[in-house]
Structure formats: C-alpha cells, structure tokens
Design a protein around this ligand. Structure first.
Ligand SMILES: NC(=O)C1=CN([C@@H]2O[C@H](COP(=O)(O)OP(=O)(O)OC[C@H]3O[C@@H](n4cnc5c(N)ncnc54)[C@H](O)[C@@H]3O)[C@@H](O)[C@H]2O)C=CC1
Ligand SMILES: O=C(O)[C@@H]1CCC=N1
Length: 273
C-alpha cells in the first residue's frame, strides 16, 4: 500500500489498537505520530511501536498528509476548533473514527468540502482482526478512498457503506460488538468459576470455544450460522436444553433490542456533538 505521513489526534484504546495493527502489519512507524495532552498512552505507544509521541495537536496535524481524529465524540468540537485556527486542511485527508459525529458536522468544524472519510473500526484491529465500516462523501477521490481502505485492511476487514447512517448500523454490528461477546464470555467464565473451576481454566475453556466457533464460521462461508448451530445441537441433548433456556429468556430479542439501542444512541450523539 501507499505510505503517507499519518497523525493520530488521540492516543487511547482505539487509536492504540490501529497503530499497533498498522506497525505490526509493516506500516513504517516513523511515518506515524500519536498526539495527546497526557504523555502516558502516547509514550507507551512510542516505546512499544517506535511511532512519534507528540503533545501539540496542531503542529502534528500540520506536518501530516493524513489526520486521524481519534478523540471522544464529546471532545471533537473543542479539538477541531483549536485545529482549524492553526492548520490548513485543504489537501489533507481527514479520517474520523468517532461515533456520532457526522460529515456535515466535521465540515462545519474544519471547513466545507472537507476531504474526509468516516471509519467505524473496532478494537480487534489490535491483533489484525478488526472490522471497519467506511463512509465517504461522493466528492472524496478514488485515491483517498483506496488509501483509507488499504489502511484499514492492514488491520482487518472493511465494508463500505453508501449511506452515512450505515456507520451507525456498523457500530451496532461491529464497533460495539466486541463488548457484547466479552460480556457473554465473562458470564460463561463466571459460571464456570461458580462450578468450581479455577479462573485460568474457566477462561481457557471459554476463550477457546469462542475463538473456535468464530473460526468455524469464517472457514464455512457456504454454511449458514444457523446450520452450524444445529450441528452442535443433538436432539434431546445438552445444547438443546441450554438453547431452550436462552430462547425462553428471549436472548435473540435482547440482542436485537441492544443493537437498536446502540444505533439510537449514535443518532442521539449526532444531535449532541
Ligand atoms: N474503543 C472502541 O472500541 C471504539 C472507539 N471508537 C471511537 O474512537 C474514539 C476514541 O475512543 P477510545 O479510544 O475508546 O477513547 P479513549 O478515551 O481511550 O481515548 C481518547 C484519547 O484522546 C486523548 N485526548 C483527550 N483530549 C485530547 C485533546 N484535546 N487532544 C488530543 N487528544 C486528546 C486522550 O488522552 C486519549 O488518548 C471515540 O470517538 C470513539 O467513538 C470507534 C470504534 C471503536
Ligand atoms: O462505545 C462507543 O461509543 C464506541 C463506539 C463503538 C465502540 N466504542
């Protein structure tokens, strides 16, 4: 892929995961800067991955061709306001990973016809297993779209959405989703501990079952996930009993309501931030 000078504004969980995935995947570390007011996280990234650690957002953004906005949505207006007064964004590619901040809002904050792509990544990018949704307004060039796609493909898989609302739907299915699976795995580990297993064995059982199930889904694209479930479920057996309880307690409906709540929250944030 093409290599450009990238400034990450924000050095938290998600920026850290992308930086790690990029450098591990061979992106030149000396072309990456991470910028945040507090040195703790950015210095840790600099030490571990050889990227530059900076404290001055505007200087860092001014020197980069690609600026990744990776602060919390509620800080975006303040951070962008300070950048706009000091940095000329024409000719730069701006990538936002924030939930709930629209292209229209970024154009108001940083300049009309801003060359921006919204990315909705997730933390498994840290280990090259990320899933990112991408949205760009139509005027963004094919070259910038291709660069963004290649950047995120270097830390996982990507999916373009045609409509900006698709980013909110990607949040529900991928951005927030690792937390759903972690909650499920946590609950399973806790139950195994209640059953008397030590924490390390309980975790091993759950983690291997989860990664095995995910690997099986990935290795069987022609088989529906429902069929994979049926293959585990012997008539009158143990799985059927476990699934009966989950269905009686409406797990599928709970999942659907949870995903709808994530989308609704993203839409609220669009009005708020
Ligand atoms: N954590 C996740 O799984 C995902 C997060 N996102 C998005 O990524 C963005 C960041 O989220 P996290 O990394 O989870 O948050 P975080 O709280 O871990 O990181 C935020 C970073 O911003 C830095 N920061 C605070 N004020 C700043 C300023 N004035 N200038 C520069 N940096 C500043 C903080 O020091 C910190 O390094 C959010 O907008 C969120 O919506 C998107 C997808 C997944
Ligand atoms: O919870 C959030 O708002 C962010 C966006 C997706 C994952 N974390």
């Amino acid at each position: 892929m093409q290599h450009r000078n990238i400034a990450f504004i924000g050095a938290g969980n998600m920026a850290g995961a992308i930086v790690a995935g990029l450098v591990e995947g061979g992106y030149p570390a000396d072309l990456i800067s991470v910028c945040a007011p507090s040195a703790t996280h950015r210095d840790a990234l600099a030490e571990r991955y050889g990227v530059h650690s900076r404290s001055d957002n505007a200087a860092c953004a001014a020197e980069a061709g690609v600026v990744v906005l990776a602060v919390k949505p509620q800080l975006m207006a303040e951070v962008c306001g300070a950048l706009r007064s000091q940095v000329d964004f024409s000719g730069k590619l701006v990538l936002s990973i924030a939930a709930g901040v629209t292209v229209e809002r970024f154009c108001a904050l940083l300049g009309e016809q801003l060359n921006i792509v919204r990315i909705m990544p997730n933390t498994p990018s840290l280990v090259g297993k990320g899933m990112s949704g991408l949205y760009a307004p139509e005027y963004v060039t094919a070259e910038d779209r291709d660069f963004t796609a290649a950047l995120m493909e270097s830390v996982g898989k990507i999916c373009w959405v045609e409509d900006e609302h698709g980013i909110n739907q990607v949040i529900a299915a991928a951005g927030s989703a690792p937390a759903y699976f972690f909650l499920f795995m946590e609950a399973m580990q806790q139950e195994m501990e209640r059953q008397g297993f030590p924490a390390d064995k309980a975790r091993l059982l759950v983690q291997q079952a989860a990664s095995g199930a995910a690997a099986l889904v990935e290795a069987s694209p022609e088989v529906s996930i429902g069929t994979l479930r049926e293959r585990v479920t012997s008539k009158g057996g143990t799985t059927a009993e476990a699934l009966r309880v989950m269905n009686e307690q409406k797990l599928p409906e709970i999942v659907a309501s949870a995903m709808q709540a994530a989308i609704a929250r993203a839409q609220d944030m669009e009005k708020q931030f």
